[in-house]
Design a protein around this ligand. Structure first.
Ligand code: BGP
Length: 471
């Protein structure tokens, strides 16, 4: 089986994870600068992205290796506070604006299509001081920022992701406190955050549709982290129902309002959160409500669906004696327990097991639930310690790509792009430099930050050349 004609291979990075130059040339402080400088204990190796891969100075190297791989697309993100140091459009940082022109121009000069993520987690600190994504006013700041970048770069860029992984921003930044801004108020701050993130995305989408689409001819979507929830016992209807409920309340939380026929949050989510809230003694649901006008605004606000997919889970309805996660946490509100299948191969990351079949299952779930939308796989990758002979990564990619081929060719899932996370080793948030996902190794002890191809880079290159999964 081969990848269809026109299918595109890409690789990805994100501003905070690779750029460094955290306070150079007028860049403002963002929430990851603040968190890593003031609460380094929250990071596994107490490190920061202050220098990272130094892509602010070495972007030409990045594009050179993206080309060397044979990829024809490169996904990277804009640092909001490099362009608008306070987050607001009344103060524009010219060197920051120029930097992204340079990166885009370098891509184009090398035959690489830029896919731009407008926001990949590095919120300007002054906006966090207003409450960040829990304050609805941030919607306006985001839309103004999006308008600025559409205007500035849109004549050269055709593919936009508004926001990367709302679930990680909200669930981990405002729920579980493992990502900046490290707020721990699960079931409240995360739901509020999600509400504003969805509105920000949709307003930015509508603005592009109204003012830019006709002249710039681009496509706008967003990227969601995804898991596939298998029922623990597929012959037990309550496990089957629990798995579907979890899929709706974790993945559907963001996907349903945009891609479903009825819009809004999934019905089961509204029911469950309300029930749990009333049982806690609250007078109303912790899940905010969209107005009718907002539901219409959000519904259909994507030209494609960006999917970041790494792993799967097993879900079940708790049985007698099993304790549920606290109400307010996602599993708690859903009334579902999750785990990994012990048969799935472990990785160094406790959140990631090798479960390739779930990838095909997920793509089919999306196809059935949302009428086969155009999907771009915007991230997929494997963590290790950064060895050049990364046989486990090659093994992972081989298994996942074979499932992707079946999803495309046999199941007719509408997938157009595949993106490896990541082009090169970089700053992996909470895991600092302990976990590496790169196709290229970066030597972080060398001030020159040399990039060296790993075995997986050769594998990816061969895949692209032959359009087949190499043996
Ligand atoms: C995704 C993010 C990426 C990348 C990757 C690896 O969720 O979009 O930015 O970091 O996960 O995850 P981690 O860095 O947590 O190991």
């Amino acid at each position: 089986m081969t990848f269809p004609e026109g299918f595109i291979f890409s690789s990805a990075t994100a501003s905070y994870q690779v750029e460094g130059a955290w306070n150079e040339d007028g860049k403002g402080e963002n929430i990851w600068d603040r968190l890593t400088h003031q609460q380094p204990d929250l990071i596994l190796d107490k490190s920061s992205g202050d220098v990272a891969c130094d892509s602010y100075h070495k972007y030409k190297e990045d594009i050179r290796i993206a080309k060397e791989l044979g990829t024809t697309m490169y996904r990277f993100s804009l640092s909001w506070s490099r362009i608008l140091p306070t987050g607001a459009i009344d103060q524009v940082n010219a060197p920051g604006v120029k930097y992204y022109h340079d990166v885009i121009d370098e891509c184009l000069a090398n035959g690489i299509t830029p896919m731009i993520t407008i926001f990949h987690w590095d919120l300007p600190q002054p906006l966090q001081d207003l409450g960040g994504w829990t304050n609805e006013v941030v919607v306006n700041y985001f839309v103004d920022y999006a308008e600025f970048v559409f205007k500035e770069y849109g004549s050269k860029v055709r593919l936009w992701l508004t926001i990367n992984e709302p679930l990680s921003i909200c669930g981990e930044g405002y729920g579980d406190a493992i990502k900046a801004p490290a707020i721990h108020w699960s079931g409240r701050a995360d739901y509020l955050c999600a509400h504003n993130v969805l509105k920000s995305h949709a307003y930015a989408y509508r603005l592009y549709e109204r003012d830019f689409k006709e002249t710039q001819l681009g496509e706008v979507g967003f990227a969601t982290i995804s898991s596939y929830y298998y029922p623990k016992d597929k012959n037990n209807p309550s496990d089957v129902e629990a798995a579907e409920r979890m899929q709706q309340m974790v993945f559907g939380w963001y996907a349903h309002p945009v891609f479903s026929k009825d819009g809004d949050y999934p019905a089961v989510m509204k029911e469950r959160v309300k029930k749990a809230s009333l049982e806690q003694g609250l007078k109303r649901s912790r899940l905010p409500e969209f107005t009718e006008a907002e539901i219409k605004l959000i519904q259909g606000s994507a030209d494609f669906f960006g999917i970041n997919h790494y792993t799967s889970s097993i879900a079940h309805e708790p049985t007698a004696g099993e304790e549920l996660p606290q109400a307010g946490t996602r599993g708690g509100d859903a009334g579902v327990l999750t785990a990994f299948d012990p048969a799935w191969e472990e990785t160094i990351a406790d959140w990631l097991r090798v479960a390739p079949k779930g990838f095909r299952m997920l793509l089919n779930w999306i196809k059935d639930a949302y009428d086969n939308p155009k999907v771009m796989v915007t991230e997929q990758g494997y963590p290790d310690r950064g060895e050049l002979m990364d046989t486990n990564r090659v093994h992972y990619y081989r298994l996942y790509l074979l499932e992707l081929l079946k999803a495309i060719n046999t199941d007719k899932c509408n997938v157009a792009v595949y993106t490896a996370w990541s082009l090169m080793d970089n700053y992996e948030w909470f895991f600092g430099y302990e976990h590496k996902f790169g196709l290229y190794q970066v030597d972080f002890t060398d001030p020159q930050r040399p990039r060296t191809p790993k075995m997986s880079a050769a594998f990816y290159k061969k895949l692209i050349e032959t359009r087949k999964v190499p043996k």
